[in-house]
Design a protein around this ligand. Structure first.
Ligand code: HPA
Ligand code: ZN
Length: 348
């Protein structure tokens, strides 16, 4: 049972509390943290031309009708990433930003297939990310781990190849995920490769129920045997699924600003995060692709709380959930949850 702090925190103090409270981020695509300024700098360093004239023209293009619309622009941006240092610089920039948002722990998605598709090896990608994670622990006190996401629009064979190419780096990965175009790409195509990853000791997650139906969440759970669902907001359409998620304490990594920008919800005050929490689901707040969706994790917290009228006890619950839903070992989880409780007990 979660201990809810009993001290009253005024509504005027809530944005400050949301920004300062310790939290974990569990749904961040590192390629989606690539800010236009760094994209232009990397293009120049690598002698590449971008199709946009400058940073502000590029930012103006960040208007999306749906997930696929976003993925097309996101994919174009990844082409500037060529060297291990490029991957390091992108990841380090995210981790510094996360630390300033009081993120104590981050689980970072990476699409190795996107980069191997551009002739960049899996070794270059993972080594660059991993070195930034080591530096974050040493210099920022932020723990970070990596989750390799298969691209669901590609074949099962290609997913097996991606896993094979990552096999020298298993100790640098905590898990496997499933990302990219959801509609028309149900999870079950990847049952065998997820089973293989599980046999290698990797933890399992999958994007499901972002745009896709509740059936995709059921099959992520039953065919892929994932432990956590990324997005999952379409679960509210299916009462039996809601009951299962709550009963089995299967976390959802919810990304409100992403949902707004990709038009999953037309308005932030129509978001169903409050409904998920009321149903006893272990929901968390995350940023997904912060460079594209208008905000990092703290912006997701403050805008969502303002739109939905959520309270300090929701804040505590969401931060507590973020540690519970993480793949940290039990003692590290407990230590972060203790810090969270102490923060709430001493904040004014
Ligand atoms: N959904 C699916 N795949 C993704 C996303 C997303 O929001 N961001 C990057 N890859
Ligand atoms: Zn995502």
């Amino acid at each position: 049972m979660t201990p809810i702090p009993n001290r009253l925190i005024g509504a005027d103090r809530l944005p400050h509390l949301l920004r300062q409270m310790p939290k974990a981020e569990l749904h961040i695509h590192i390629e989606g943290s690539l800010e236009p300024e760094l994209m232009f700098a990397l293009a120049q360093r690598n002698g590449l031309n971008l199709t946009y004239a400058d940073v502000s023209t590029l930012r103006q293009a960040y208007v999306f009708n749906d997930l696929q619309d976003f993925l097309n622009i996101y994919h174009a941006g990844t082409k500037v990433l060529r060297t291990e240092q490029d991957f390091y610089d992108m990841t380090w920039a995210y981790l510094r930003r996360a630390a300033s948002d009081h993120v104590l722990h981050a689980e970072i998605f990476v699409d190795t297939q996107t980069h191997t598709g551009h002739g960049v090896t899996t070794d270059v990608v993972i080594n660059g990310l991993h070195r930034a994670c080591l530096d974050a622990q040493a210099q920022l006190g932020l723990s970070a781990s990596l989750i390799l996401c298969f691209l669901r629009n590609l074949s099962e064979t290609e997913a097996f190849e991606a896993l094979e190419q990552a096999s020298p780096h298993l100790s640098k990965l905590v898990g496997i995920g499933l990302a990219s175009s959801e509609l028309g790409h149900p999870p079950e195509k990847f049952a065998r490769v997820f089973a293989k990853a599980r046999g290698l000791g990797l933890r399992l997650v999958a994007h499901a129920g972002e745009e896709g139906p509740p059936a995709y969440i059921w099959s992520a759970l039953d065919a892929l045997k994932v432990e956590r669902i990324d997005h999952g907001v379409q679960a509210v359409q299916d009462p039996a699924l809601m009951a299962r998620l709550s009963r089995e304490r299967i976390p959802l990594t919810v990304c409100p600003l992403s949902n707004l920008k990709l038009r999953v919800f037309q308005d932030l005050n129509h978001h169903n995060l409050g409904q998920l929490l009321d149903a006893g689901i272990v929901a968390t707040i995350n940023s997904d692709d912060p460079a594209y969706f208008g905000g990092y994790i703290n912006e997701n917290f403050t805008q969502t709380f303002a739109a939905l009228g959520l309270t300090a006890s929701h804040a505590y619950q969401l931060a507590f959930n973020s540690f519970e839903a993480s793949f940290l070992e039990a003692r590290a989880k407990q230590a972060m949850q203790d810090k969270l409780l102490e923060f709430f007990e001493t904040s004014e």
